[in-house]
Design a protein around this ligand. Structure first.
Ligand SMILES: Nc1nc2c(ncn2[C@@H]2O[C@H](COP(=O)(O)OP(=O)(O)OP(=O)(O)O)[C@@H](O)[C@H]2O)c(=O)[nH]1
Length: 213
């Protein structure tokens, strides 16, 4: 679904208390989904929103908890013509999930341009996570997982392959973001330490079939 103006679907997840849907977004717990048109941002959000209520796993439970209390998620339009609208929302974002499609090379190649744009418009300390979506479509894969890893390492951001279709790593992406934002908000010099990259590395699932390429 690509219709509409700029960030949308914010109503899909309960806004933080005291933040009516029509008001400007609260800077706290604000997450934006970014990436080229068609990479699966809307499906990713829907999988998170709907799948969460069906799942009884530990991650899902914690995810729901954080989602209701902490995260307001904004799905954005990937199409170029909506880009200027989206720019206006970057500065309020605490976290950005940047998606490409593992079956679409240009969506991967454009990640550098997205990161340049993020650098220009977002807060300097925004949490960024790179996600290679559609990992369920192994037969059409054109971007290797290692290429995603390498790019993510270059920019110092955590990376996972995901599937909005099967739900692989969808909850985990939001959980990692929620944990990082919570950690930052409660940070104390001698408090417990949390590293989002370590957390993601220890928890992420790999696609069941990685034989291609
Ligand atoms: N197999 C598979 N298909 C997916 C996945 N995620 C999304 N799709 C399909 O990819 C197409 C585009 O998905 P959207 O969620 O609309 O993409 P988008 O990034 O929101 O696109 P814009 O709104 O234009 O920016 C749809 O046909 C989805 O069914 C996935 O993880 N696996």
């Amino acid at each position: 679904p690509a219709q509409g103006l700029g960030p949308r679907s914010q109503g899909a997840v309960q806004a933080p208390e005291g933040s009516p849907a029509s008001s400007p977004p609260s800077p706290r717990g604000q997450v934006m989904l970014l990436g080229d048109s068609g990479v699966g941002k809307t499906c990713f959000l829907i999988q998170f929103k709907d799948g969460a209520f069906l799942s009884g796993t530990f991650i899902a439970t914690v995810g729901i908890d954080f989602r209701v209390r902490w995260l307001q998620i904004w799905d954005t339009a990937g199409q170029e013509r909506f880009r200027s609208v989206t720019h206006a929302y970057y500065r309020d974002a605490q976290a950005l999930l940047l998606l490409y499609d593992i079956t679409n090379k240009s969506s991967f190649d454009n990640i550098r341009a997205w990161l340049t744009e993020i650098h220009e418009y977002a807060q300097r300390d925004v949490v960024i996570m790179l996600l290679g979506n559609k990992a369920d479509v192994s037969s059409e894969r054109v971007i290797r997982s290692e290429d995603g890893e390498t790019l993510a390492r270059e920019y110092g951001v955590p990376f996972m392959e995901t599937s909005a279709k099967t739900g692989m790593n969808v909850e985990l992406a939001f959980l990692a973001i929620a944990k990082e934002l919570k950690y930052r908000s409660l940070w104390q010099p001698d408090g417990p330490h949390f590293q989002i990259r370590d957390f993601v590395e220890s928890q992420k699932k790999q696609p069941s079939c990685c034989s291609f390429l």
